[in-house]
Design a protein around this ligand. Structure first.
Ligand code: TXA
Ligand code: MG
Length: 349
């Protein structure tokens, strides 16, 4: 199929948005920007549209999709037993990078929720996303718009790399603002539980609704603990080259990466290094890319997936990355990076 590309970076033409909305209403697929990452959208109330999403991404069918809405009043059609905390969280964080999980109504096909009787819902903070949801009938199921197992797309170009020719349309809204997927909080639990860390962290949620727990499977590297969000069990975002994270005190990290990179070079291998603006000059061996500056952690979140894609294009066989335990969204950044590394983390001496 020929994928139609619409440029909505500087303005949104109503006629074009209506065309995109019609594709969704007719059961087709449209990729669109949100403030977190690009999503691959289809009508959430149409099980066949959801099936097309799974097929285009090559996604395992037990991994449920997030339903995107544009108005709070639309929530009741798809969710039931909505707790009071949901209203408070929506008021504070919607539209925004927060996904909430509820019991689902009959309206939501099992094909959208991977067979679960719960539904994940989010109201994205992006004019193109909100316009498409309205034009498409109010309910858009959208996973990240990447091939399953690749880093989530933060530009329309990344979407095209993975899905050109497999979906009906791509709406280009320019690079996204956050670069990591939304925080997921499960409100079907007595105490709200974070299933995926994101830009909105535990203490921000606790300020609004009191105690919030973290899914223990996210904190411990224990294969017997199963994450409650089915998608968190997969080794997502895996770069082609083997990735190792080096954590520890800053000078020791530089020394250790340099030692390991020199060994790779001597063995005739090309090495990639993920550094920051502060450290990029400290690595003489290998291809060094700065992910952002430690003085502004959002720059690190923003560029992480793009850099993993860039290294996929280059023929490096090994990547070393500094660790990014930054104060506010460090937990989310490290959650994604550790998954990309397949849990290969070493401590610098
Ligand atoms: O920021 C985001 O959330 C992006 C943009 C496009 O909105 N979307 C996104 O979707 O990251 P996806 O499909 O890549 O990740 C959805 C995650 C998966 O880990 C999935 O298992 C989990 O949400 N999930 C969805 N519905 C769930 C449910 N009912 N119960 C538990 N986990 C659920
Ligand atoms: Mg994803």
């Amino acid at each position: 199929m020929k994928t139609i590309y619409l440029d909505m970076r500087s303005k949104i033409e109503q006629e074009e948005m209506a065309k995109a909305g019609k594709i969704i209403r007719d059961g087709g697929l449209v990729a669109f920007p949100t403030e977190t990452v690009y999503g691959l959208g289809g009508n959430a109330l149409d099980g066949e549209a959801s099936a097309k999403i799974y097929a285009a991404k090559g996604r395992p069918s037990d991994n449920p999709l997030i339903v995107h809405i544009a108005k709070l009043s639309d929530l009741e059609r798809i969710a039931k037993s909505i707790p009071e905390s949901a209203g408070k969280l929506a008021e504070k964080f919607w539209p925004g990078p927060l996904t909430m999980i509820f019991q689902k109504t009959e309206q939501v096909p099992c094909g959208t929720t991977g067979g679960l009787d719960t539904v994940a819902v989010r109201m994205p903070d992006h004019p193109v996303a909100l316009g498409l949801i309205e034009a498409g009938g109010g309910y858009i199921a959208a996973p990240s718009a990447n091939t399953s197992g690749r880093p989530s797309p933060t530009t329309a170009g990344h979407v095209a790399q993975d899905l050109d020719g497999k979906i009906d349309m791509i709406l280009d809204g320019g690079p996204v603002g956050i670069g990591l997927e939304s925080t997921i909080v499960d409100l079907t639990e007595e105490i709200p539980m974070i299933l995926r860390p994101g830009y909105i962290n535990q203490s921000m949620l606790e300020e609004v609704v009191g105690p919030v727990r973290m899914d223990q499977a996210l904190l411990k590297d224990d294969p017997n603990l199963r994450p409650k969000a089915p998608g968190m069990k997969y080794r997502h975002y895996a770069p082609k080259a083997s990735l190792t994270i080096v954590e520890g005190e800053a000078e020791a990290v530089k020394r250790t990466i340099n030692k390991l990179a020199a060994l790779e070079r001597e063995a005739g291998k090309q090495v990639g290094i993920i550094a920051t603006d502060e450290t990029r000059g400290a690595y003489p061996d290998g291809i060094v890319k700065s992910v952002g500056t430690r003085s502004d952690e959002i720059t690190i979140a923003m560029h992480l997936y793009g850099i993993l894609r860039e290294f996929d294009e280059l023929e490096v066989s090994k990547i070393y990355s500094e660790a990014f335990d930054t104060p506010r969204i460090g937990q989310a950044i490290m959650n994604r990076l550790i998954k990309a590394a397949g849990h290969q983390v070493i401590h610098a001496e």
